[in-house]
Design a protein around this ligand. Structure first.
Ligand code: HEM
Length: 122
């Protein structure tokens, strides 16, 4: 049965499930492997905090995501794959206003990253 995203336990499920798909993706998996190696726990912890801030306004994430993405070898194909896995993950378990807002949030950030990466290269 479907419910909306309601708290940190839902965020943890979302992040763990999403990065499970990303790791298996032929396009995205190798990029994460090359950057993170064995240190997925650290990345997943960052992402729990990031989404807890983005969705519920909990101020514990203090990172700067954009600079970490600027040098990565990624373009619109990668962002499309990223967003597809993100939406697939949410659609597996959640529905409602918070879920829809979260999908829009991811799309907006992805578009911003792509725009800045393109500008950074030129
Ligand atoms: C961190 C890859 C899209 C949010 C990272 C890292 C990698 C990565 C490799 C680890 C960087 C490091 O620790 O050195 C990618 C790829 C993407 C993508 C390949 C798309 C093709 C996104 C999007 C968002 C996002 C769309 C947000 C909606 C973050 C955040 C971090 C991160 C918050 C943690 C940064 C930190 O605080 O250290 N990403 N990313 N990423 N990513 Fe992405």
């Amino acid at each position: 049965t479907m419910k909306d995203i309601e708290g940190i336990e839902d965020i943890k499920w979302m992040v763990d499930t999403f990065y499970g798909k990303v790791r298996e993706d032929n396009l995205l998996g190798p990029i994460f492997l090359s950057q993170l190696g064995d240190d997925w726990a650290h990345h997943l912890g960052n992402m729990y905090s990031f989404w807890n801030m983005a969705i519920f306004g909990v101020r514990e994430y203090t990172g700067q995501p954009l600079p970490k993405h600027l040098p990565l070898p990624i373009d619109s194909l990668h962002f499309n794959a990223w967003l597809r896995h993100f939406n697939d993950t949410l659609n597996e378990r959640f529905e409602g206003p918070v879920t829809e807002q979260t999908k829009k949030r991811a799309e907006t950030i992805a578009a911003t990253f792509l725009h800045k990466i393109t500008a950074f290269r030129s």
